[in-house]
Design a protein around this ligand. Structure first.
Ligand SMILES: Nc1ncnc2c1ncn2[C@@H]1O[C@H](COP(=O)(O)OP(=O)(O)OP(=O)(O)O)[C@@H](O)[C@H]1O
Length: 525
């Protein structure tokens, strides 16, 4: 199977595709849409004019130095007196310790929140979030900009609290804008997989429940009826693209009131294959006064230009050196170069190593690349009397959900998954990730191993690497070096040539993008 076929196959595992029926309906609606489009174009012209006036009113300079103490107030955010009074040396130290970099076209230089006490938001949300000792760096730096109404690109390592980084301002902004149950959908979070959408929903629901608002989760593989009902009263939705488009096109989901939109795992959502869906979804939200957020742990140059077309003067907040692809440094990475045919025997040896004796009950997550491989390995493990749960695209949604829950709750300590589980999933206490087959990209590798070592913990990732993946050896060596991990000689033998990642839309002609450039605006019907 070619890489492209495999990649497309994988995407089918992960994202709900709009149905054929819908495509027919689309044709029928085309004429109607054209009439609407003419009207909309007129409206958009006016909005564009308004936006470019807004953009040009802000300076285009950018800064990555620690902001100074002057009290700031904009769009409902006022810097607390405590933060204003904090010595500049504390702010400088925070920037240094956490390798923070901020590129802010409007030079608003908002100080990071060094404690929850410096955050002035709704008391109920404040109380809930204060169950943690302090904001994580991405929360500390992004919150002031998000509460100020800025578009933000947030890049920080796996397991660093990005969900609340975008979730807390989302719900607080709803409250400060006086949102009620009848205000329509105001907040939209788009996620690449059903499991991640559901997890993000669980997190946001904690906050909306506290505030008397409703949140709902839209994904495929389950009936639509309940989702249609939930949509009627929800202010916040978390959705996978396919089901969301289905519900938009049948008229059950109206995004025209959305003013806060998040692309979670943004680089994945902007990849070819999802790009068209994302354009259609964004095209259903208002262009004017929409705050747009992109969050991820990996931000390849290839997607940055496309991202900028959806955003207005975004502030880019990075924790760590995010210009280079980098992995969480608390994860011990072991890479073993092996012969393809010895994989299964080595896997059984690794399970003895990572799940026996005092480690008997430790959670291990195994990644395979294809559904067929996952099924074959699941059978192998069962034959060897391992109690293994599995998540991949050949299983029903009910089977996927119950496998993940069993693993989360520790009912089973071994989970076998395809890349459907690579991004975002926050599973407590995964001690070891085994990459049985290397993923298609090194970005996916960083996300896969990020299922361990979350929220300040440590973990181990053991990766089997074969000659079939030698074109990724150079990029993997860079990730290992960046995290001070040993590089096996056998890996170096493949050479350290790094194959440039091609964007399927821009191909070999892709240009690296200057983030200080003014965004170009595209309008979608
Ligand atoms: N301020 C905080 N202090 C400590 N833990 C936190 C804090 N905020 C969130 N967490 C916890 O950290 C864990 C990881 O958070 P989250 O899932 O949001 O990570 P992420 O950065 O989105 O990871 P990924 O890149 O894999 O999607 C969660 O269990 C979450 O509850």
């Amino acid at each position: 199977m070619s890489d492209i076929e495999a990649s497309n196959k994988r995407k089918h595992d992960e994202v709900e595709e709009p149905s054929l029926k819908k495509q027919k309906k689309e044709k029928k609606d085309k004429k109607e849409k054209k009439d609407k489009k003419d009207k909309k174009e007129k409206k958009d012209k006016k909005e564009k004019k308004h936006k470019s006036e807004k953009d040009s009113s802000s300076s285009s300079s950018s800064s990555s130095s620690a902001p100074t103490g002057e009290a700031k107030s904009s769009h409902g955010y006022t810097q607390s007196q405590e933060l204003t009074d904090a010595p500049q040396s504390d702010i400088d130290q925070f920037f240094k310790d956490n390798e923070v970099s901020v590129e802010d076209p409007s030079s608003s230089s908002l100080r990071p929140l060094l404690s929850f006490g410096q955050l002035s938001i709704d008391a109920k949300i404040q109380k809930e979030i204060s169950k943690f000792p302090k904001p994580t760096p991405i929360q500390a730096v992004a919150w002031p900009y998000l509460l100020s109404g800025k578009d933000v690109i947030g890049v920080a390592e796996t397991g660093s609290g990005k969900t609340f980084a975008f979730g807390v301002p989302a719900i607080n902004n709803l409250l400060s804008n006086g949102t009620s149950k009848n205000s329509g959908i105001k907040v939209l979070v788009v996620s690449p997989t059903r499991e991640l959408a559901s997890q993000t929903y669980d997190n946001l629901k904690i906050l909306t429940d506290l505030c008397g608002l409703y949140c709902c989760c839209l994904y495929g593989g389950v009936p639509k009826d309940q989702q249609r009902k939930d949509l009627k009263r929800s202010s916040v939705i978390v959705a996978t693209p396919g089901r969301l488009l289905d519900l938009i096109e049948e008229g059950s989901c109206d995004l025209s009131n959305v003013n806060y939109m998040v692309l979670d795992e943004a680089d994945r959502m902007l990849e070819k294959g999802f790009e068209e869906d994302i354009k259609r979804i964004i095209g259903s939200t208002p262009t004017k006064d929409r705050q747009t957020l992109m969050f991820t742990a990996t931000w390849p140059k290839e997607v940055r230009e496309l991202a900028s077309t959806f955003m207005t003067s975004p502030v880019k907040v990075s924790i760590g050196n995010t210009d280079e692809l980098s992995a969480n440094k608390r994860i011990t990475q072991i890479v073993e170069v092996i012969d393809h045919f010895s994989k299964e025997r080595i896997l059984l040896d690794l399970l003895k190593k990572y799940q026996s004796g005092s480690k008997k009950n430790e959670k291990v997550l195994i990644f395979a690349l294809y559904k067929k491989e996952a099924t074959r390995i699941e059978n192998l493990l069962k034959r060897n009397r391992y109690d293994v749960a599995a998540i991949h695209g050949d299983l029903s949604q009910q089977q996927r959900t119950s496998a993940l829950n069993d693993f989360k709750q520790g009912k089973t300590n071994l989970l076998l998954a395809t890349d459907v589980a690579a991004r975002g999933l926050d599973i407590p206490n995964v001690k070891t990730v085994i990459n049985l087959t290397f993923p298609l990209t090194v970005e996916d590798y960083v996300h896969r191993i990020g299922r361990t070592g979350r929220a300040g913990q440590t973990g181990t990732a053991h990766t089997l690497f074969t000659e079939n993946e030698k074109h990724l050896a150079g990029a993997l060596v860079n990730v290992l070096n960046g995290a001070n991990q040993p590089v096996p000689d056998e890996l170096k033998k493949f050479g350290t040539h790094t194959k440039k990642k091609e964007h399927s839309a821009y191909g070999a002609f892709f240009k690296n993008v200057d983030m200080s450039m003014k965004p170009k605006k595209k309008t979608f019907d």
